[in-house]
Design a protein around this ligand. Structure first.
Ligand code: PBG
Length: 332
């Protein structure tokens, strides 16, 4: 019979495997790589000169020309995957004009071709007068699902035609993945990826983004926030159902956001649903680390690397992060 394992700390120390950086490198489960990072970028029609985004160090609201220079420099820093957010000047309530975004996609693709992977966010919140992610009912108490899906499908198809490698709907309407997939198929655009923002919680961590994307919901009618379309932080079952549904409807990549406050969900869904999982380390998460670092309470580099390590450990195949372009400088 085998001897019972001795748990006496003098004989079996767990600290043996923590003793040096080289041993730690070997035993670690997570290896970070900048190939796995996606950089969000903003292009704003109404500006003449790029503007920094409050809280998001290294991130700017860019002009159409400036973005090309910024992306050149990102390529030099080893970052070649992007998620594009465009902010048009003209706002509407229905029948949206997506031409500002399609023009940016064409420009970027003309300039960089296959050297970059270009994902494009598909939502209406930067295009609506009220900042909500869809078309409102007449009484302004709700976002109309099916009318919104029609607009999103039109947007996604135009972006795919303009050359987007991936369309990423972030609105949280029901049925948009199926509708977009069908439209792409019918237009011979079957190689365009769909990355669904499928588990998107109704979070307080989106603040800096909404300033950058000009998408803060204005108080209209009963609809003062996005609680009636994004997932409640306490309702995990809703998250699981969204994942299942979006896979059935044809999503290629599933996304969860925010990251760190929802690691339990990420860990669960990445094991249960065998699809590539993206996690979006959202603006408030990135800005929180920057805020601590500014006060001298955290080493920014180590704080960001720790967050990315945790997101990978929990099952993310890729990380969308505002810090992607700083990864090289941080040793990745
Ligand atoms: C909405 C959208 C949001 C983000 C990206 N697209 C959230 C929201 O305003 O509800 C958040 C990203 C971030 O905070 O970095 N279409």
């Amino acid at each position: 019979m085998a001897e019972p394992i001795e748990c006496n700390s003098r004989k079996m120390t767990l600290r043996r495997l923590r003793q040096s950086p080289l041993v730690r490198e070997l035993v670690n489960d997570v290896v970070l790589d900048k190939k796995k990072l996606i950089q969000p970028v903003f292009i704003v029609e109404s500006i003449k000169k790029r503007e920094p985004v409050l809280g998001l160090t290294g991130v700017f609201r860019e002009t159409s020309e400036g973005i090309l220079k910024q992306m050149e420099s990102d390529l030099h820093a080893g970052i070649n995957k992007f998620l594009l957010f465009c902010v048009p000047s003209v706002k509407a309530r229905s029948q949206f004009d997506f031409s500002f975004t399609t023009k940016q996609i064409e420009n970027i693709k003309k300039h960089f071709g296959h050297d970059v992977f270009l994902g494009v966010d598909v939502c209406l919140c930067s295009s609506t007068e009220h900042g909500h992610c869809g078309i409102l009912s007449v009484d302004e108490n709700t976002v109309l699902n099916d009318q919104t899906v029609l607009e999103l499908t039109k947007a996604a198809t135009e972006y795919a035609k303009a050359g987007a490698d991936c369309v990423a709907p972030s609105d949280m309407m029901d049925g948009r993945i199926g509708s977009i997939r069908a439209a792409l198929q019918s237009q011979n655009l079957e190689s365009t990826l769909i990355m669904s923002y499928c588990i998107k919680f109704h979070s307080r961590f989106y603040g800096p983004f909404r300033v950058a994307a000009d998408s803060t919901p204005k108080n209209s009618g009963k609809l003062k926030d996005r609680a009636s379309y994004q997932i409640d932080p306490g309702f995990s079952k809703d998250a699981f159902l969204c994942a299942q549904r979006d896979i059935e409807e044809g999503a290629d990549i599933l996304m969860l956001k925010p990251g760190l406050p929802y690691l339990d969900i990420l860990s669960h869904v990445s094991k249960k649903f065998l699809k590539p999982w993206a996690v979006y380390e959202v603006s408030g998460e990135y800005a929180a680390i920057e805020g601590l670092a500014e006060k001298g309470l955290m080493d920014a580099r180590l704080g960001h690397l720790e967050a990315w390590t945790s997101l990978s450990r929990a099952g993310a195949s890729m990380i969308i992060t505002y810090g992607a372009r700083r990864a090289k400088e941080w040793g990745l």
